[in-house]
Design a protein. Structure first.
Length: 159
């Protein structure tokens, strides 16, 4: 369990760091995220909550670890899809243009909404080491999925 505890603590810290970087890029550097970018944060939020539950409850570690694994697999798939949109392999989906436009809007609300045009999922507004954040997230989410799988296997070997 000590190996698992170290790995879980590492993933918890890394998830908090990843979210902090995402908010830094968004709010300090001023790069507005697209809808897929926002969805790609879900696995990190989930990892923080579920891994914290593992440490608080000290029960159902394998089940909670499997849930985190599923979230990171989800993150890998969404990030891969996002990279495909950036590279022109896939067309933007409805997810990229989600807006709450079903309600009736006044003239002022309509003008305000027109100023807040959603960010296209094709546009790469920020790069690190020449890679888009979606590309980096695809790699990281895949690695984190592998680590979570190792944690789950470790639970089976320890019992």
């Amino acid at each position: 369990m000590s190996d698992n505890k170290f790995l879980l603590n590492s993933i918890l810290a890394f998830s908090i760091l990843s979210l902090s970087i995402a908010y830094f890029v968004q709010y300090i550097l001023g790069h507005k995220p697209c809808n897929l970018c926002l969805i790609e944060r879900i696995p990190y939020f989930s990892a923080v909550v579920v891994i914290s539950l593992i440490f608080i409850t000290k029960r159902f570690e394998r089940l909670f670890s499997a849930i985190v694994l599923l979230f990171f697999i989800f993150g890998s798939l969404v990030s891969f899809y996002h990279v495909g949109i950036e590279q022109g392999f896939f067309d933007e989906s409805l997810v990229c243009n989600l807006e709450n436009s079903r309600e009736s809007l006044s003239k002022d609300q309509l003008l305000k909404q027109l100023k807040n045009v959603p960010i296209s999922c094709k546009e790469v507004t920020f790069r690190f080491l020449g890679l888009s954040l979606a590309t980096i997230n695809t790699i990281i989410s895949t690695i984190l999925s592998g680590i979570m799988l190792k944690i789950i296997i470790n639970y089976g070997q320890n019992k």
